[in-house]
Design a protein around this ligand. Sequence first.
Ligand code: HEM
Ligand SMILES: *[C@@H]1O[C@H](CO)[C@@H](O)[C@H](O)[C@H]1NC(C)=O
Ligand SMILES: *[C@@H]1O[C@H](CO)[C@@H](O)[C@H](O)[C@H]1NC(C)=O
Length: 316
Amino acid sequence: MKKSQLLLLASFLAILYSGATALNETYYASICPNLESLVQGAVRGTMSTSNIAAAATLQIFFHDCFVQGCDASILIQNASGDDEQHNFDNQFVRADGYKTIMAAKAAVDADPQCTNKVSCADILALAARDAVFLSGGPTWKVELGRYDGKISTSNSVNLPRASDNFDQLMSRFSVHNLTPTDLVALSGAHTLGATSCFHVNSRLYPTPDSYLDPGFAINLQGQCPAALNVNQFVLFDNSVTTFDNNYFKMLQQKKGVLFSDEVLYVDTRSSSIVDKFATDQSAFFTAFVDSMLKLGRIGVKTAVDGEIRKDCRFTN
Ligand code: HEM
Ligand SMILES: *[C@@H]1O[C@H](CO)[C@@H](O)[C@H](O)[C@H]1NC(C)=O
Ligand SMILES: *[C@@H]1O[C@H](CO)[C@@H](O)[C@H](O)[C@H]1NC(C)=O
C-alpha cells in the first residue's frame, strides 16, 4: 500500500471509530449552490429591522448544539408543550432569533433547486456565522451536512447557568470536549445582546457580590431595581450590536454583567485567556472561529437518525 493510501485509510478509520460525522464546507455545492447568499440575505434582512436578531440567532445556535447536538431540535414545537423551547432555560430566548432562522429557511426553500434539501441545523449554523460577521465579527467557512433531529423534550435541556462558577461551567463544557479556551472564547458571544434583570438581581441584592466593581454595581442597581422586573434588561456591553473584544475589557474592569462572565477573569485558570483576548482582538476572533467550529460538530446527526425537516418547527 502506498503512503497516501495508508493515510486515507487511517483517516477513514479515525472517522469510523470516533463515531464522528464528516461535515464539509462544500456539502451543498451542487445541491443548492446559492445557499450561502440566500441565508446571508435573510439574516441581513431581519437584522435591519431588529437590533437583537443577531444576538438571539447566535444564542439559539449555542442552546441547540449543547442539547442533543446541533440538530435544530430547539426549533421543534410540540403541541403538548414538551419541547426544548418550553424549558425554563430557553424562556429568555428572543423571538427575533427564531424569526431569523425561519426567514432563512423560507429564502432557501424559495429557490427551486434547494426546496427541502437543506437541513434546518445547517441553516442555523450558517445564520449564526452570518449574525457574527454582519455585526462586525470574523467570518469563516461553515462545515455542513448535519441532519435534523426528530426528538425535542423539555427534560433534555441542561444549559450553563448565570450563577455557575468556573468548575460548573467547565464541567458543562468538557462534556462536549470543549476546553477552557473554548469556554472563554465562546463566552465572548456576550459582546452581543442583553440579559434580563432576572439573571443579574441575585448578584446585586442585598449587597453586590465581591466580583463587581462598586461603581458598576450601583449602575446595575439603577437598571435593575430590587423589586425584580423580568422585562427590564441590561446590555452586556456598550457596543451591544457590535461583535468586538470589548466584553473582555469589561471583565478586566470587573464589569462583567453575569456572575458566569466575571468568573472567567476572577479564576486564575482562565484570567490569562481573558487578558489575551482583551488586548488582542484578532486572537479572540481566531479562537472564536475555532471554538464555533468545535461547537458546530457536537452530536451531529446523519440520515440514520435524522431527516431534512420541511418545516423547521415540526418533524416530517
Ligand atoms: C458560558 C456559559 C454561558 C452562560 C452561563 C450564559 C448565560 C446567558 C444568559 C443568562 C443570558 C441572558 C438571557 C436573558 O436574560 O435574556 C445570555 C444571553 C446570551 N448568550 Fe449566553 N451564556 C453562556 C454562553 C454562551 C455562548 C457559548 C453563546 C454563543 C456562542 C452565548 C450567546 C448569548 C447571546 C448572544 C446572548 C444575548 C441574547 C439576546 O440578547 O437576546 N452564550 N447568556
Ligand atoms: C462532503 O460530504 C458529502 C457527504 O458525506 C460527500 O458526498 C462529498 O463528497 C463531500 N465533499 C468533500 C469535498 O469532501
Ligand atoms: C410531543 O410530546 C409528546 C409527549 O411528550 C410525545 O409523546 C410526542 O412524541 C412528541 N411529538 C414530537 C413530534 O416530538
